[in-house]
Design a protein around this ligand. Structure first.
Ligand code: PMP
Length: 328
């Protein structure tokens, strides 16, 4: 046990969002580099999205976009929904979540347990289709005269990372950071953390970890977006470029297959004792690829985005892994 653990007594659960610990991933082959994982799974609902949920709601309250008693609507891969469910319950708002059908059943149960209404929609349609989760959420918000959070176009998403995640990483590494590896769902993390770190130290390399099938890594490499494919990893990879996502910050991009991602998450649990979700597997594999290509020692930071507890029916279930052909 370390003697520098945080012994603070918080006045409420929302104050526990952020200020997450960082741990060196020392049991993995990181070549000449030091790889640090920031434990976003330690946020109250178990993901990095608690940070943006709180900031987006508090910004909307401050500007009057969200009024007392109004319903909140959001499209999410699940984690933003869980963060919003926490904040909404604490502050007394009703919440409606539009969740694509590929997302795990654990997320749906968890959202419902926290008092949210969950509407499942198709995962096989693209932006512009009325059943695409973001379009459907916008329609429902209009019908209900509700507040549509819209993390994909909401500057308060980026701001949460500019004000908290970025500065925390800078302080925890005491500025000794050479590269930051992240994925893109909404692009809030990339734009906020990437933007903050580059402003402090322009030589910090920003590395995209992207699922195979997403348009973002190919767009970085060729300047053109291919047709979007399909992937099983939840929370990152895109079929369009969200308006808040600043791809110009990127120095490198790696495409990681579902199989590589799931196996990397499982290895993280067995070797480092951290039970993370599938998006963290994409980040970890991209970070390891980057580390192993370096010839000079570097300090590389990545995120452990969310807890693996919400993927017990999937990547931590051997039957599911076998069925998908990821293990023998
Ligand atoms: N990991 C997980 C598990 C997520 O749910 C998300 C957001 N959907 C991200 C990473 C991506 O973060 P961002 O939206 O900031 O790009």
């Amino acid at each position: 046990m370390s003697d520098n653990k945080n012994n603070a007594v918080y006045t409420n659960v929302l104050d526990m969002i952020g200020n997450t610990a960082m741990v060196e991933l020392s049991n993995l082959d990181t070549g000449v580099c030091r790889l640090l994982g920031k434990l976003e799974l330690n946020n109250p609902t178990g993901s990095i999205k608690d940070r943006i949920a709180l900031n987006m709601i508090e910004k909307a309250e401050a500007t009057g976009a969200l009024k007392p008693g109004q319903t909140i609507v959001e499209a999410t891969a699940g984690n933003t929904g869980l963060g919003l469910a926490l904040v909404a319950a604490q502050k007394g708002y009703k919440l409606v979540i539009v969740l694509p059908d590929k997302m795990s059943v654990e997320k749906e149960y968890n959202l419902k347990a926290m008092g949210a209404e969950v509407i499942r929609t198709r995962s096989d349609v693209e932006k512009g289709h009325p059943e695409y989760y973001q379009d459907l959420a916008e329609t429902i918000a209009k019908e209900k005269d509700a507040f549509f959070v819209n993390q994909f176009g909401n500057p308060a998403n980026v701001e949460a990372h500019l004000k908290t995640t970025g500065p925390e990483i800078w302080q925890q590494t005491q500025g000794e950071i050479d590269a930051f590896v992240c994925g893109v769902g909404s692009g809030g993390t990339l734009s906020g953390v990437g933007g903050y770190l580059k402003s402090k130290k322009p030589s910090v390399e920003i590395v995209l970890a992207d699922p195979v099938g997403s348009i973002l890594a190919p767009l970085h490499h060729t300047g053109e977006a291919p047709p979007a494919g399909k992937w099983l990893v939840e929370g990152i990879g895109e079929d369009f470029v969200p308006s808040i996502c600043d791809l110009a910050l990127l120095d490198h991009a790696y495409s990681i297959s579902d199989k590589e991602a799931m196996l990397a998450s499982r290895e993280l649990l067995l070797k480092e004792g951290l039970m993370a979700g599938s998006s963290s597997g994409v980040l970890l594999q991209a970070a390891l690829n980057y580390c192993r290509q370096q010839t000079e020692p570097k300090t590389v930071v990545t995120l452990i985005c969310d807890t693996g507890n919400r993927y017990l029916s999937k990547l931590y279930n051997n039957d599911w892994m076998r069925e998908k052909g990821f293990i023998d």
